[in-house]
Write a protein that binds this ligand. Structure first.
Ligand code: ATP
Length: 337
């Protein structure tokens, strides 16, 4: 069936994020969901593919000389076409193992405010990986469809897609994006802020994976009402140079998390200030929907509610909203119709 959003039918769709890449098949749903990582070895001008996706997660920050873990996207933007091509080729080969399709028509989600250069870079990576032809879909639209929002209605809806490298706020109505603002930063920047805090405040050096786990632990503790439970943190002491473990009360990270959430609140306020009055009025009833993996960031919902006066809902399985929306678009429509 032809998708009304793309004009032609696609067999597979890709949600290529800063942290995770998901490949979705028209008949099989999400058939690949792994970290956006690629490991290459050897000469810089002629690198050899070692691994991509999930196996590379454990290699991060642990590679020997001559081997490098590369992240194709940074802050939501494709910055390493070579690594992206390897990762897409690997993802497609894993998917093809389970499905039989050749040179599939592909739909790729991109930030709504993507530049032509960024779009061209993604097109090159996909084509070099043997994925052709390619069409693009705005990610906030896919996220809204995946969250079962009635996007076709003549009614304003605000969606905030909280990814690892981008945070996008989009005002949607009548099946399209009316207004969008994005922050080239997301959950990965919060991880970096946690690393900085431990560095300066505790003279402890930790890696990105540890910082991300601290973030999850704080969120879990506060969701089960145990916000005071200390979090175990392991790393290298900057004073002794030795492996070190310390226990930290989550409250210590409150300021770091607050600063991160305030950037998102400011972005939403920017969109609200430019929203036409009829759509603005709709938001009093509709509220704001959070999607993306970062939607569960501790205290984010409360901070947005306090800053905007609007109700905030976190979508179910928020990190999979874009993938679910792309799946729906592959089938030529959206669940709202
Ligand atoms: N429970 C949680 N609490 C806080 N953050 C979370 C949680 N689960 C996932 N995240 C964060 O969500 C981010 C990944 O979300 P997602 O998969 O939507 O991003 P992405 O699509 O890869 O990135 P982008 O769209 O920005 O390029 C990571 O930064 C991760 O740490």
């Amino acid at each position: 069936m032809t998708s009304k959003h793309t004009g032609w039918p696609a067999e597979i769709a890709i949600d290529f994020g800063t942290a995770n890449v998901r490949m979705i098949h028209r008949d099989g749903g999400v058939i690949f969901d792994e970290p956006s990582l690629c490991c290459l070895a050897g000469l810089r001008d002629r690198p050899r593919f070692v691994a991509a996706g999930a196996p590379v997660y454990a290699m991060t920050d642990r590679t020997p000389a001559g081997m490098r873990v590369r992240r194709p996207l940074r802050r939501g933007v494709l910055q390493d076409i070579e690594a992206a091509t390897h990762l897409l080729r690997y993802a497609a080969s894993q998917a093809i193992k389970r499905r039989s399709f050749r040179s599939p028509r592909v739909m790729i989600g991109l930030p709504a405010d993507v530049t032509q250069a960024e779009r061209n870079a993604m097109l090159t990576a996909a084509q070099d990986a043997g994925l052709n032809p390619v069409c693009f879909v705005p990610e906030p639209l896919a996220a809204a469809i995946g969250a079962n929002l009635e996007i076709e209605a003549p009614q304003g809806t605000i969606i905030v897609d909280c990814g690892a490298g981008t945070t996008e706020v989009a005002l949607l109505s009548l099946g399209g994006v009316c207004l969008t603002r994005s922050l080239r930063g997301g959950g990965a920047e919060l991880d970096a802020a946690i690393i900085d805090y431990l560095h300066v405040g505790h003279k402890l050096l930790v890696g990105r994976g540890t910082a991300e786990r601290i973030k999850y632990a704080i969120g879990e503790a506060s969701s089960r009402g145990g916000a005071a439970d200390p979090v175990d943190v392991k790393g290298r002491s900057l004073v002794s140079g030795l492996p070190t473990a310390i226990r930290i009360a989550p409250i210590e990270f409150a300021e770091v998390i607050e600063r991160h959430a305030q950037h998102i609140v400011d972005l939403i306020l920017e969109v609200l200030a430019q929203t036409p009055p009829e759509l603005s009025k709709d938001l009093l009833g509709q509220g704001i929907l959070l999607t993306g993996g970062g939607a569960a960031t501790p205290a984010l919902r409360e901070k947005i509610e306090a800053g905007t006066g609007l109700s905030v809902t976190i979508a179910n399985d928020s990190s999979l909203c874009v993938a679910r929306g792309l799946f729906s678009l592959l089938q030529g429509g959206d669940p709202a119709n």
